[in-house]
Design a protein around this ligand. Structure first.
Ligand SMILES: [Zn+2]
Length: 276
């Protein structure tokens, strides 16, 4: 499988202090990344979808989704939308065979309806919570079932069913999503039900895409993790802290770590990703 490439679907301008303990009140543009990797056997695999029109501009959106979009103030990046991103690889949305859903927050599943031919891969805990929660409980957590295609459950494969293998650089197990050890899902609970990171063990330096374990890499060490406002959005604060510890250990053991929203460019970003 190829190394992943990440596009930026939107910028969300956020006071640094909210996402980094001791940070400034000045706003910083956070990325909303999603990724693509190409596998000879499985085909093109997408990692989440970022923000798309479906969540932020679609005239048919529910009132809850409209209010959520307005409160967030995300700046959609047309050049970072899935159609434009995939076209750089001579791909169209219908060519995507698999979309790994790291969790069900709107900024990760917004464009799922674009991928009519794809199978979806997600953790049972996230899917179960989405179905069990009331509409209000989902809205409070930034989860909008209306963003999912109507046949989502028919095309869903659970991460939990994939065989477990040893995670690189960690005394931990992860789920082998493609059956060849090239793409592993590592449970990183706490941020949202069923939240997983993705491991790429075959790269020269193993990579952990830790998604939303934190907003910025600078905030991964315990003493820099943001305070109350950020912790309030955690699904499970204790589990969230343990997940941050795990990601920190991976980095300390020599692994590469990247996050969905980190404002610093990553080596795996598209080369000409626009700056905020
Ligand atoms: Zn999230």
């Amino acid at each position: 499988m190829t190394a992943p490439v990440f596009a930026n679907s939107a910028f969300v301008d956020t006071p640094e202090r909210l996402v980094l303990r001791g940070g400034r009140w000045r706003k910083r543009p956070l990325y909303v990344r999603y990724g693509l990797c190409l596998d000879a056997k499985t085909g093109p695999v997408l990692i989440d979808t970022g923000y798309t029109n479906h969540a932020l501009r679609d005239p048919g959106r529910s009132l809850g989704l409209r209010l959520y979009g307005r409160a967030l103030g995300a700046r959609l990046q047309d050049s970072g939308q899935p159609e434009a991103f995939l076209a750089r690889f001579n791909l169209r949305p219908r060519d995507i065979t698999t979309v790994v859903v790291t969790h069900f927050h709107a900024d990760h599943v917004s464009g799922l309806r674009l991928f009519a031919q794809a199978r979806f891969v997600a953790a049972a805990a996230g899917w179960d919570a989405l179905r069990a929660n009331s509409r209000f409980a989902n809205l409070r957590h930034g989860v909008f079932p209306e963003l999912l295609p109507p046949d989502f459950s028919d095309r869903l494969d659970l991460i939990d069913a994939a065989p477990q293998v040893a995670a690189p650089l960690l005394d931990h197990k992860a789920h082998d999503l493609l059956g060849d050890g090239s793409l592993l899902a590592l449970p990183l609970p706490g941020h949202a039900p069923g939240h997983v990171g993705l491991l790429f063990p075959a790269l020269g330096t193993p990579l952990l895409y830790a998604v939303d374990a934190q907003w910025t890499c600078a905030a991964l060490p315990a003493q820099r993790r943001p305070g109350l406002a950020a912790r309030l959005v955690s699904h499970d604060r204790a589990a969230h802290a343990r997940s941050c510890d795990l990601v920190t250990r991976f980095a300390e053991a020599g692994g590469d770590v990247m996050l969905c929203h980190d404002p610093a460019p990553s080596a795996f970003d598209l080369k000409d990703l626009p700056c905020g």
